[in-house]
Design a protein around this ligand. Structure first.
Ligand SMILES: Cc1cc2nc3c(=O)[nH]c(=O)nc-3n(C[C@H](O)[C@H](O)[C@H](O)COP(=O)(O)OP(=O)(O)OC[C@H]3O[C@@H](n4cnc5c(N)ncnc54)[C@H](O)[C@@H]3O)c2cc1C
Length: 43
């Protein structure tokens, strides 16, 4: 089983971490958990 990353919070910080993690290891399984109904709307 490959590495998994779980990110709590899908605001600007969470989305940035997800993107950076994906750039570092394209095989990662990334799960973002957000308490609100939508993820980051930052550009
Ligand atoms: C009114 C306002 C206007 C702004 N306008 C601008 C702007 O024009 N330009 C700009 O660059 N910045 C702006 N900012 C600042 C910008 O919103 C913040 O700097 C940025 O959102 C911070 O990102 P963050 O990921 O650190 O935190 P957040 O955006 O707060 O993201 C954290 C996320 O984690 C989630 N979370 C927290 N606890 C849990 C939990 N236990 N389980 C699941 N999810 C959880 C929250 O729901 C949230 O979605 C503004 C801020 C405010 C308040």
């Amino acid at each position: 089983m490959g590495k998994r990353v779980v990110i709590i919070g899908a605001g600007a910080g969470g989305a940035s971490v997800a993107a950076e993690a994906r750039r570092g290891d394209s095989s990662l399984s990334i799960t973002m958990i957000e308490q609100r109904g939508q993820v980051s709307v930052a550009a």
